[in-house]
Design a protein around this ligand. Structure first.
Ligand SMILES: Cc1cc2nc3c(=O)[nH]c(=O)nc-3n(C[C@H](O)[C@H](O)[C@H](O)COP(=O)(O)OP(=O)(O)OC[C@H]3O[C@@H](n4cnc5c(N)ncnc54)[C@H](O)[C@@H]3O)c2cc1C
Length: 306
């Protein structure tokens, strides 16, 4: 297969492989190594191949593998298959509960309808760009990722997944097969807030996700994560520590926002926004995300989950 990409660039011919099972897909990747790539929705991969920034001799189709497409309750939390699209996550009653609303909001924030319908959560995080919108919410849930490879399965916390831009903990021929969101119990709420461009496909300039667990009116667990503000999506543990044991109040949220801006290490030459601009808006985004997360936690009982 070959084609002409943006600016008349000819995409180098490649072979399109259609496995019947997850294990066959992994075997194909093992056989062809670095010369092959999985493709899910293709909204990252195809763009990169057309731009001549990425080449592959073999493209291994995942989107027909039904066992990778699910959103279901699991042990009080949620289990999400990597082929779940942003449109499915945005609309799922299971994801729209107060606990996991940040994830629904992150998927909903993607503006292009085609990208929402084709783009998957697996491709979003496996590509490991700093702007992956679902990454900050997943970091605030302490999500667990199951990776399957030729030697079997292993599960790692998402905090260990992002190694560098475009680099993850996925080993050779490993595939992301499940994203698990643990049970956080009642009075847990989350939110995702971002600033995006009005033009240029609505690219994310910077984002913040927050999740909060309340016990007796006090913050018993807090997570704050930022996107497009550092080489990889990452938590800001300084802000989380500050919030722990506090009663939710604007002054504490503002101080957390200050710590988030301080922890940011944005790229100097980004098409998305200057480091100065990002540091300027991060405190306000943090205050907003924390305020929403706390409001959801305050109104959240077990019955609220979808
Ligand atoms: C116009 C446009 C607008 C966009 N806007 C946004 C936005 O607002 N926010 C945002 O976050 N993203 C955005 N994106 C980026 C992209 O659409 C998303 O990241 C999407 O979720 C990628 O998923 P995919 O299934 O299309 O990935 P693919 O392109 O199929 O794959 C991406 C990478 O992940 C690997 N991969 C895929 N699935 C797996 C798996 N299960 N295991 C291991 N590796 C895997 C592939 O090999 C490939 O290297 C945009 C893209 C475009 C073109």
């Amino acid at each position: 297969m070959a084609g002409t990409g943006a600016g008349g660039v000819v995409v180098r011919p490649f072979e399109y492989l259609i496995p019947d099972s997850v294990d066959e897909a992994i075997a194909m990747r093992l056989e062809h190594g670095d010369r092959s790539r999985f493709i899910a929705g293709g909204t990252e991969l195809v763009v990169m191949m057309k731009a001549g920034k990425l080449e592959a001799d073999y493209v291994i189709e995942l989107s027909r593998l039904a066992p990778l497409r699910f959103i279901r309750p699991a042990d009080g939390g949620l289990s999400i298959g990597p082929l779940s699209t942003h449109a499915e996550l945005e609309r799922s009653p299971l994801v729209q509960g107060p606990s996991t609303m940040a994830l629904a909001e992150a998927s909903a924030s993607i503006r292009e309808p085609q990208v929402k319908n084709l783009g998957t959560i697996g491709g979003n995080i496996a590509f490991a760009v700093p702007s992956a919108d679902t990454a900050p919410p997943l970091l605030t849930f302490d999500a667990l990722l199951t990776l399957r490879g030729p030697q079997g399965e292993r599960t790692i916390p998402i905090s260990e997944f992002f190694v560098a831009p475009y680099r993850t903990a996925l080993g050779p021929a490993e595939m992301l097969v499940e994203i698990r969101l643990p049970d956080m119990g009642p009075h847990f709420g989350s939110a995702f807030c971002k600033v995006g461009r009005h033009r240029n496909l609505g690219l994310t300039i910077v984002s913040v996700a927050a999740s909060v667990k309340l016990e007796a009116g006090v913050i018993a667990r807090a997570r704050v994560a930022m996107g497009v503000a550092a080489p990889t999506p990452r938590r800001v543990v300084e802000a989380e520590a500050l919030l722990l044991g506090e009663r939710p109040a604007p002054a504490a949220f503002r101080e957390a926002g200050r710590l988030v801006a301080h922890a940011a290490a944005p790229r100097a030459r980004s098409i998305r926004g200057s480091p100065e601009y990002k540091r300027e808006v991060l405190p306000a985004l943090t205050v907003r995300a924390l305020g929403l997360a706390v409001a959801r936690a305050q109104n959240h009982t077990e019955r609220d989950e979808g």
